[in-house]
Structure formats: C-alpha cells, structure tokens
Design a protein around this ligand. Structure first.
Ligand code: NAD
Ligand code: PRE
Length: 296
C-alpha cells in the first residue's frame, strides 16, 4: 500500500497529537506512527493503538520520519524543536499545533537545517478534555486550520502541510503569525479567560450563598463555562506566550464591562436594551455566516 506518510512522529501524544495520529491512521494515510511523550502517556497511546512505537527521547523518536508533529503545550514547542533539529531526516517536514504562533514560529523556522521545513499550524478545533484518551480521529473534520509560514518557508513544504491538514478534514488558510495571535486573543483566549474568571468569582462568594449558587447553576452556566474545564497548563502557557495581545483585548473588555456596569447602576433602560440587542444581532449574523459556529 502506498501511504501519504510512510513514517511519522508525534511529540506530545495528547488530545491534539493523538487525534492527528488517529485521523491519519483511520483514513489509511500513514504507515508507522512513533510517539514521544512521558511514559504513562505513551503506554496509554500504545494500548489504544494510537501509536506503534514509543520513545521518551524526542531526538531518538524523530529518526526515519518524514513528518514530525509537535503537539506539546505551547511552552515546550520551541525547546522541543530546537532539540530535534540536528536529528531530523534531510527532507522532513515539522508542523506544530500550538495555540500561539508569533515567536515560536520565528525561532523554529530559524533552527531548521537546509532542506527541512517548519510550518507553524493551528487547528481551530479542540475541546475541554485533554490527554490521549480524549483523542478521536474526526476531531479536525469540518474545522479550519491556520498555517503561519514566513516567506522563507518553501512553498512545497507549505503545500505538503496543507495536504496533511486537508487529509484529516480541515480546510486551510494562511495568515501572518503575529496577526494570528491578535485574532486568536480575541476569538479564543478572551472567552477562555472570562469563563475561568466567572467560575472563580462565584466560588469566592461567601459559604452560605455559594452552595446555593452552584446548586441552581443550569444550562446558561454550563454553556458559558464549559471551556473553564480546559487544561490549566495549556491556558497558562497561552497567556505567557500571547501576553501583549491578550492584555490589549482584556483592556477593551474591561472598558465595555465598565460601561455595562454604569448602565446597570443608572437603571438605563435604553442603554441596557441597546447593549443586549446589538450583541444578540451580532451573534445571529456571525452564526449565519460561520458554519463552524453553527456546528455543521
Ligand atoms: N485542546 C485544544 O482544544 C487545542 C486546540 C488547538 C490547539 N491546541 C494546542 O495543541 C497543543 C496540545 O494541546 P492538547 O490539548 O493536545 O494537550 P494535552 O495535554 O492533551 O497533550 C499534550 C501532551 O504533551 C505532552 N508533553 C508535555 N511536554 C512535553 C515534552 N516536552 N515532550 C513531549 N511531550 C510533552 C504531555 O504529556 C501530553 O501528553 C497545545 O500547544 C495547545 O495549545 C489545543
Ligand atoms: O472547543 C473548545 O473546547 C476549545 O477550546 C477549542 C479552541 C477554541 O475554539 O477556543 C481552544 C483553543 C485552541 O487553540 C483552538 C480551539
């Protein structure tokens, strides 16, 4: 059988890395999959059939692979890529999955030996669970993936990365890495920070009322805070790596919250109606335009 990828290595076999491995495997697109991670994650990945072979050392694990997928938390991506650079096959392609791209992509591209390419990738797909047991092969189906190569990356490598993402069901768009970080700070990072904060605001209430507050939390609370179940390591790393863009959007949010607070304090009927009506209309329009948000 001729595979799209004969042998690939996934470094960080969790939700995202495991889903990429399964997505390619279930579509018969990959021959052999090597996993690199902690021993316990590797044992689970072997047991689930997500990988064929396991290594705890990335330098060893990338040998013989034409594709290397780095799916570690954001803070480990650049150090990992630096450590494998000298051990990659001459024509290998390295892609990552990090939720922040700017400085990671710049560093990783620069570390690539001649003939080897790093193509920064961010699948806009995921969920609040982590680890390989949460991985599934259709995770990327119907999603968008943003590639953030600089001009120095070969167009053949970008085309190859695009082919891999499309093979697992994602449609690909190209974006400048810094611009990506500003867009994602608004669309993904701000909502996660809000969700975490709302849960903490409620859990800091006085004992007597707190129990009642959580007892009566219903679908509104559940929908709004689903993403507060996400992995704290992932979100710590995103905040550290995308600090400036996150601070910028948080400032805007704080301003808007101040305005809302003022309208509530003043009992401003028209002002409050205006805020809620505009938001509802915007969401309806975005839902209509965006089939990912409609869940299609
Ligand atoms: N979860 C999401 O919804 C989502 C969506 C898009 C992108 N991402 C990005 O994908 C990446 C992976 O996220 P995830 O949700 O799969 O996390 P995860 O916790 O499920 O998996 C990460 C894996 O990396 C391993 N790991 C950590 N440091 C390592 C190292 N130095 N070397 C090898 N393995 C290491 C962990 O043991 C774990 O198994 C992150 O960079 C995240 O920002 C996540
Ligand atoms: O659906 C979820 O649970 C997610 O959080 C996925 C989500 C997001 O949409 O914000 C989270 C972080 C990623 O970098 C990309 C996707």
């Amino acid at each position: 059988m001729s595979f799209l990828i004969k042998r690939m290595t996934v470094i960080g076999v969790g939700l995202m890395g495991g889903s990429m491995a399964l997505g390619l495997r279930e579509r018969d697109l990959v021959g052999e999959i090597i996993g690199v991670d902690r021993r316990s994650a590797l044992d689970a990945a072997l047991e689930l059939g997500v990988i064929d072979h396991a290594h705890t050392q990335a330098e060893e694990g990338v040998k013989g692979s034409s594709l290397v997928v780095v799916a570690t938390p954001v803070s480990a991506i650049a150090p990992t890529v630096k450590s494998i650079a000298a051990h990659l096959e001459p024509d290998a392609l390295v892609i990552d999955m990090g939720s922040v791209k700017g400085s990671i992509v710049k560093q990783c591209e620069a570390w690539m030996p001649d003939g080897v390419n790093f193509v920064g990738s961010h699948p806009i797909a995921g969920r609040e669970h982590s680890g390989v047991r949460a991985a599934y092969g259709d995770l990327f189906d119907g999603s968008r993936t943003i590639l953030t190569p600089s001009d120095s990356v070969s167009s053949a490598a970008v085309e190859r990365a695009k082919q891999i993402w499309e093979a697992v069901g994602s449609s690909v768009e190209i974006m400048d890495a810094q611009y990506h970080d500003r867009v994602l700070a608004a669309t993904s990072h701000l909502p996660h920070l809000m969700a975490y904060n709302v849960v903490n605001t409620l859990s800091d209430l006085e004992d007597d009322i707190r129990a009642e507050v959580f007892r009566y939390a219903a679908s509104g609370f559940r929908d709004f805070t689903r993403i507060a179940s996400s992995d704290p390591v992932m979100w710590r790393d995103i905040c550290i790596e995308n600090r400036d863009a996150i601070l910028d959007i948080l400032d805007r949010f704080k301003n808007d919250l101040e305005k809302l607070s003022k309208r509530v304090a003043e009992g401003d009927m028209d002002g409050l109606y205006g805020i809620f009506a505009r938001s509802r209309a915007t969401r309806a329009r975005v839902l209509e335009e965006n089939k990912i948000l409609r869940g299609e």
